[in-house]
Design a protein around this ligand. Structure first.
Ligand SMILES: Nc1nc2c(ncn2[C@@H]2O[C@H](COP(=O)(O)OP(=O)(O)OP(=O)(O)O)[C@@H](O)[C@H]2O)c(=O)[nH]1
Ligand SMILES: [Mg+2]
Length: 297
């Protein structure tokens, strides 16, 4: 049996459903998801197996008009992830349609050398007529080699997309062990799962002022692991909100994140969360280094 291995990069506006689609293709949750924009901050590769093909699904941050330094890093990270992919999947939220930022993004793709496929996502929340019109409009902005219509949420169309990606993957050895789900070390996954809860459980603005730093990840003699994570916020008032009345919010965040870790890492976990006020953390090189992010000018 000749093995195949392809690098597939997902690129799209924030909230298009890139991370949800990576999880659907991998068949297990590897990337965090929320209903808020700009959930994904750094690239993560999910490993999807399709018969003789290994598909390395590169989940990237959404592409948008950056304002802060952190935004610039995210958008740069997204384009770096797209470079040299065997297939570039442009993920478009069919429910939201071709907003200006999506048009700009699609037009940018026209100049790229990688094979480009269009994926209209969220078909469960869109009408057929609208989908066909969208596909035509998008292909007019950038001619795509293929167009797919899927729902990452319900799985509709995902198997067809996966089969097509497997057929398009070049022959070559698998780059990851077959049972490995992603390139993210346990430490990063732990930080991401805490961040996912911050996005899911806090109000509209607050998640963007937060970051999660893993201070310690300790193996325990009973096979479990203890994680000490710092939640960085900008101001005292934000700390109060994250902690919540009598610590109720931080407790709920911790419980949900710990469950996620146990499921993903397949072992018992102990999670200790500390909220730390660190004004200007998003402009601090030392913090970026702690978070494992590459500084951008
Ligand atoms: N109805 C519907 N919702 C979806 C679908 N795919 C994703 N979503 C929802 O869209 C929201 C955003 O999903 P994400 O996977 O986090 O989107 P993303 O493109 O990774 O977003 P960023 O990381 O912020 O760029 C979540 O609330 C998902 O549940 C879909 O096929 N149908
Ligand atoms: Mg994402």
């Amino acid at each position: 049996m000749k093995t195949r291995c392809g690098v597939i990069a997902l690129i799209g506006a924030p909230n298009a459903g890139k991370s949800t689609l990576v999880n659907a293709l991998v068949g297990q949750k590897v990337a965090i998801v929320s209903s808020k924009v700009q959930t994904t901050r750094v690239r993560l590769t999910g490993v999807a197996m399709a018969g003789a093909a290994q598909l390395l699904m590169v989940d990237t941050p959404g592409v948008f008009q950056p304002r802060r330094r952190l935004d610039r890093a995210m958008v740069q990270n997204a384009w770096e992830g797209a470079a040299d992919a065997d297939v570039l999947l442009a993920i478009v939220d069919a429910k939201a349609g071709l907003r200006d930022e999506v048009r700009t993004l699609l037009a940018t793709l026209a100049d790229r050398k990688e094979p480009r496929w269009l994926v209209l996502n969220k078909v469960d929340a869109t009408s057929k007529d609208k989908l066909l019109a969208l596909a035509m409009e998008a292909n007019a902005l950038t001619p795509f080699d293929e167009t797919f219509m899927v729902s990452a949420l319900t799985g509709d169309g995902v198997a067809d997309l996966k089969a097509a990606l497997a057929a398009a993957a070049p022959e070559g050895p698998w780059l990851f062990p077959e049972d490995q789900l992603s390139d993210a070390p346990a430490r990063l996954m732990a930080a991401e799962l805490v961040r996912e809860q911050l996005f899911q459980q806090l109000g509209q603005e607050l998640p963007y002022s937060t970051a999660v730093h893993i201070e310690k990840f300790e193996e325990q003699s009973d096979g479990s692991a203890a994680v000490h994570a710092q939640i960085l916020v900008e101001r005292d008032s934000q700390k109060g909100i994250v902690v919540g009345a009598r610590g109720a919010r931080i407790k709920a965040i911790g419980e949900a994140a710990r469950h996620g870790m146990e499921e993903l890492l397949g072992r018992r976990m102990h999670l200790f969360l500390h909220v730390k006020v660190r004004p200007g953390w998003a402009e601090d090189r030392h913090v970026w280094r702690d978070l494992g992010m590459d500084w951008v000018e």
